[in-house]
Design a protein around this ligand. Structure first.
Ligand code: BDR
Ligand code: CA
Length: 316
């Protein structure tokens, strides 16, 4: 049976590659795309999701998500235009009017209704801020017991963050939402910077895929140029494919090493948005992790195999 997936995303250059992987992988049934603010405003990320749906002929609906943090009093810090461009897709000039309408339901309600209609079957892959998931849980906490699993791109556990030395972008953008999500009793697997920073895609690798593949991969190549230039500080002529790591896990979990334990998020102060796991079996305490649900955090990856699966799927 195929994996039914809701993709919660803030496209976003690396989100775009992850979306194309979910759309093209034969074992995945992409049942919905939910937008969230993060790499750009909610207007822009929703427009981008609709644009990619149109360009790639993706049948799944797009539901528009949150445009404010779980705690609405949290100050807004601005968009990372230096990473993803002013249009969120590498400044390729995405048209304003896509000619497609989003689903009438807000993202969190789309998630609730889709999960309730398919009990035990839906995997949520969340690669933006955790706001939509937290809003869905707040409105209907029982969905935690009805979801198959949640696979998250976010956090930095045994490595530094990327927005601050402590925090990764998706978690830093809405720490209260992330903590709420980690406190829920659903099965979560987290792809943090611990593994995504090991998964480098070189420009030549992308060029090869684009040469072999169709117009869909050529669009990825176009949107990625700006992002590759940004990543020059971390990757020699290449980029980090953060969000694709979470998607690959759904069909190839054997490519990742996991560690189990409760996860909490620092909310406020200089370490705002830091993700900290208490590995199962760790002694001492008491602590704020005790009695909280254990989740799986990725601590190892086979990057070449992840890239190989991406390549075979995107440009078969
Ligand atoms: C995450 O932040 C965003 O810039 C990317 O799309 C990815 O989801 C990496 O920290
Ligand atoms: Ca993202």
């Amino acid at each position: 049976m195929k994996h039914k997936v809701i993709f919660d995303t803030d496209p976003g250059v690396d989100d775009a590659m992850a979306l194309l992987f979910l759309h093209k992988h034969p074992e995945i049934d992409l049942v919905g795309i939910t937008s969230v603010f993060g790499n750009a405003s909610i207007e822009t990320t929703t427009r981008n999701a609709l644009y990619l749906k149109r360009e790639w002929g993706i049948p799944a609906p797009v539901a528009r998500g949150a445009n404010e943090t779980f705690d609405p009093s949290r100050p807004h810090a601005g968009w990372p235009t230096f990473v993803h461009g002013d249009d969120g897709l590498g400044n390729i000039g995405v048209p304003d009017d896509i000619g497609l309408e989003p689903d009438p339901r807000p993202a969190h309600r789309f998630i609730i209704e889709t999960v309730r209609a398919n009990p035990g079957e839906v995997t949520i892959v969340a690669v933006g801020r955790m706001t939509n998931l937290a809003n869905a849980l707040k409105e209907d906490p029982e969905i935690a017991g009805l979801v198959k699993q949640v696979v998250i791109m976010g956090g930095a556990f045994d490595v530094p963050g990327n927005v601050t030395p402590a925090a990764e972008a998706n978690i830093h953008g809405d720490p209260e939402a992330a903590d709420h999500v980690f406190l829920a009793p659903w099965k979560i697997v987290v792809a943090g910077l611990d593994v995504t920073h090991q998964t480098h895609m070189k420009r030549g690798f992308l060029d090869d895929m684009a040469a072999r593949g169709g117009a869909d991969v050529k669009l990825l190549q176009k949107v990625s140029d700006f992002y590759i230039k940004f990543y020059a500080h971390a990757v020699e002529d290449g980029m980090l494919v953060h969000d694709s790591c979470a998607c690959v896990y759904v069909v190839a979990p054997e490519l990742f090493e996991l560690r189990s334990g409760a996860v909490r998020v620092v909310c406020g102060g200089i370490a705002d948005g830091q993700t900290i796991q208490k590995p199962d079996g760790m002694q001492f305490g008491p602590s704020e992790w005790d009695g909280k649900p254990s989740h799986a955090v990725m601590v190892g990856v086979q990057p070449d195999k992840v890239l190989g699966l991406l390549s075979r799927t995107l440009a078969p």
